[in-house]
Design a protein around this ligand. Structure first.
Ligand code: HEM
Ligand SMILES: *[C@@H]1O[C@H](CO)[C@@H](O)[C@H](O)[C@H]1NC(C)=O
Ligand SMILES: *[C@@H]1O[C@H](CO)[C@@H](O)[C@H](O)[C@H]1NC(C)=O
Length: 315
């Protein structure tokens, strides 16, 4: 009863406060309505990551994709329907949706009602995944609400391509308010997880001038010129550990994706790669900062959008 009154009061405040007050995300957003929310998410993420280490990578990637397509609004979780042109069809190899469903159901149970948005779940699950695999922690800002629509065309247009050159990567991040430093440090997310052969095949066979020959040869054995497009290779030598190997690798021309190696190819980002490859503290600190920044991309707040009951469909 008391919490219900509190909830109504809060709704009333949101209506009367100026838009800017309701627009700011806060780490303490669920402090009053559901103090168990964050520990519950953490518990489910840790269980999922200990079942399969790669899941931590997949959950981190989901939050990145969510934020880059129309802002961090969980639009990428919506399943196809007659009115939803699902972004899932534009995101090859996106995985982890079942874990998000499980988190949502456990969080709603822990809170006694559905107060935590799917967009916030994605942001917290990304952080908890990084921590579970040995990376830095940060305070996730909360209060995002969920979209009621999705856009496959936006997903295709707004996600960076692994075939892009540096200028295109820089401008793609700039479109979302992220600078070169954000680009380099967030690409460090590729210290975790795997990519499919189709995303690095051309580099492996044709980019002879910019790839370590032994590395290329090893890749070719698991990524034939024809077929095998779904075969996996790790994005760095330690795909289940958040470390600086991604950056040291780039210095030896052992980036897996063309876009990875572009960050160390004689351009303006070389120095940052050097910094992170020799300074884990700087990588940890800047990664955490840029994740908060990425999590702030165009959130729905206040009365915008909704808190979905099921992350796969609008209410
Ligand atoms: C700079 C532009 C980026 C490009 C071009 C890019 C591209 C890709 C590609 C092509 C894959 C493999 C997907 C597949 O095989 O289907 C991948 C995987 C991954 N990406 Fe990125 N990415 C970028 C930035 C980021 C950022 C900013 C993050 C997070 C902070 C991130 C996190 C990941 C993770 C963790 C995986 C592995 C996922 C798994 O194993 O399930 N990426 N990325
Ligand atoms: C290498 O480049 C040639 C010419 O652009 C192209 O036809 C071929 O498909 C490429 N090879 C791979 C394995 O992508
Ligand atoms: C494949 O690699 C070659 C050599 O680096 C490059 O010129 C070409 O644009 C690449 N093709 C694709 C589709 O990325």
């Amino acid at each position: 009863m008391a919490s219900r009154i509190f909830f109504c009061l809060w709704g009333y405040l949101l209506l009367v406060l100026p838009a800017t007050a309701s627009a700011a995300l806060s780490p303490y957003y669920y402090g009053g309505t559901c103090p168990n929310a964050l520990p519950t998410i953490k518990r489910v993420v840790e269980a999922a990551v200990s079942r399969e280490r790669r899941m931590g990578a997949s959950l981190l990637r989901l939050h990145f994709h969510d934020c880059f397509v129309n802002g961090c609004d969980a639009s990428l979780l919506l399943d196809p329907s007659p009115t939803i042109d699902s972004e899932k069809n534009a995101l090859p190899n996106a995985r982890g949706f079942e874990v998000i469903d499980q988190i949502k159901s456990e969080v709603d149970k822990a809170c006694g009602r559905p107060v935590v948005s799917c967009a916030d779940i994605l942001a917290v699950a990304a952080r908890d995944s990084v921590v579970a695999l040995g990376g830095p922690t940060w305070k996730v800002k909360l209060g995002r609400r969920d979209s009621t629509t999705a856009s496959r065309t936006a997903a295709e247009a707004d996600l960076p391509s692994p075939f892009s050159d540096l200028p295109e990567l820089i401008s793609g991040f700039k479109k979302h308010g992220l600078n070169e430093k954000d680009l380099v440090v967030l690409s460090g997310g590729h210290t975790l997880g795997f990519a499919q052969c189709g995303t690095f095949k051309n580099r492996t066979y044709n980019e002879t001038y910019n790839i370590n020959p032994n590395f290329a040869q090893k890749l070719r054995s698991s990524c034939p010129p024809n077929g095998g497009d779904r075969n996996l290779a790790p994005l760095d030598p330690t795909p289940a550990r958040f470390d600086i190997a991604y950056f040291t690798n780039l210095k030896y021309k052992k980036g897996l994706l063309h876009s990875d190696q572009q960050l160390f190819s004689g351009g303006s980002t070389d120095n940052l790669v050097k910094t992170y490859s020799s300074n884990p503290q700087a990588f940890w600190r800047d990664f955490a900062k840029s994740m908060v920044k990425m999590g702030n991309i165009k959130p729905l707040t206040g009365n915008q959008g909704q808190v979905r009951l099921n992350c796969r469909m609008a209410n």
